[in-house]
Design a protein around this ligand. Structure first.
Ligand SMILES: [Zn+2]
Ligand SMILES: [Zn+2]
Length: 367
């Protein structure tokens, strides 16, 4: 028998130079104030640990608005934005073991190789070959396809029958609220806590803090609609800091402040509220991304034995959170106020960027 001759047919998807000619639509950052929904090259597997994922649903984060407003110079023009979403695995590299084509997955906002010094300590945010790179240093999820490096450690399988829309909240906001707000703040049964800022992150703190049964949860914001929503999510007390002095009110109503004050905005004024309402021995857990320094009242705080924490999410609690969402213990789907088709993504940015006017919390973009 002769050896069959395999005809050398040119792959129709590649040019003579071997470059992909396949394109897709993606949301591309064009420099401060500029984003465009346009035709771009479809990503390919670059390393054996990569997965190529077809996006089903994505969302917009406050961090994306930060990039758009020029607060993140490390994100260069030409980058596809987005670090949250769910999708279907289209292709995997040769060494990916946990996923195969056709699997439905949650994409984590944090990429991690699982092997470096920081990963071994579950500090995935500081992975030496990862961290927050999606939609920041490499192309992100606000596109028809995304390449996920270190796929085995940077995605989570979606259980059969799960509500995929709710799971988009697991890419970033729920683990961020839980780890950087609730766990760093050491919320304990019976505690009185205050959440300053009722945006998606503050709401995620509100939902996940209730795992630990605080007895009183204050939510402070300027937006009456958000405060109303907070009440339905379990806030025991809400304060509109535009019409009331939040510090005075909390100090009058509690013996000497709250056990845990959680900053979920990222502004000097909201950090200042936290340092004035925390009681001796209490915690200030800062989640907000600050663009400038705050006035730290260290001369008052030291003698009150205050612990201050801050950080970038590690997403090490995502598997636990996935179970609580799957079982219906928490319902992050309630955070979704708007739905858009992929071609309406610029409108989605407008709505998400004007939350008071649009009465928006989290938006979903469907592909
Ligand atoms: Zn995010
Ligand atoms: Zn690592």
């Amino acid at each position: 028998m002769s050896t069959p001759v395999i005809p050398t047919k040119k792959n129709p998807e590649t040019t003579t130079s071997g470059e992909s000619t396949k394109t897709m639509k993606g949301l591309v950052y064009g420099g401060p104030g500029k984003i465009e929904w346009k035709e771009i090259a479809k990503p390919k597997i670059e390393k054996s640990t990569d997965a190529l994922v077809k996006i089903l649903k994505t969302t917009i984060c406050g961090t994306d608005l930060g990039i758009l407003h020029g607060k993140t110079p490390t994100c260069v023009p030409g980058t596809t934005l987005g670090h949250e979403g769910v999708g279907i695995v289209e292709e995997v590299g040769a060494s990916v073991r946990n996923f195969k084509k056709g699997d439905h997955v949650i994409i984590s906002c944090i990429t991690s190789d699982g092997t470096c010094e920081y990963c071994k300590k579950q500090m995935y945010a500081h992975c030496e070959d990862g961290g927050w790179i999606l939609g920041h240093l490499i192309n992100g999820t606000q596109a028809e396809y995304v390449r996920i490096p270190h796929a085995d450690n940077s995605m989570y399988p979606i259980p059969k029958g799960a509500d995929e829309e709710a799971l988009v909240m697991l890419s970033d906001i729920l683990p961020t609220g839980h780890e950087i707000g609730v766990l760093n703040g050491c919320v304990k049964p019976g505690d009185t806590i205050a959440i300053v800022g009722a945006g998606p992150i503050g709401m995620s703190v509100l939902l996940t803090s209730q795992f630990y049964s605080p007895s009183k949860i204050y939510v402070i914001d300027l937006d009456e609609n958000r405060l109303k929503m907070a009440k339905t999510f379990g806030a025991t007390d809400t304060i509109n800091s535009g019409t009331e002095d939040a510090v005075k009110k909390i100090l009058a109503e509690t013996k000497d402040g709250v056990d845990v004050a959680i900053e979920a905005v990222g502004a000097p004024a909201t950090f200042d509220i936290c340092q004035h309402i925390v009681k001796p021995g209490g915690h200030i857990a800062n989640i907000g991304v600050h663009g400038k320094s705050v006035d730290l009242q260290i001369q008052n705080l030291w003698i009150r034995n205050i612990t201050i924490t801050m950080g970038l999410v590690n997403t090490n609690t995502t598997p636990m959170l996935l179970k609580t969402v799957s079982s219906g213990k928490i319902e992050p789907k309630k955070l979704i106020t708007h739905h858009f088709k992929k071609d309406e993504i610029l409108r989605a940015y407008e709505v998400f960027g004007n939350p008071s006017k649009e009465n928006a919390m989290k938006v979903i973009i469907e592909f």
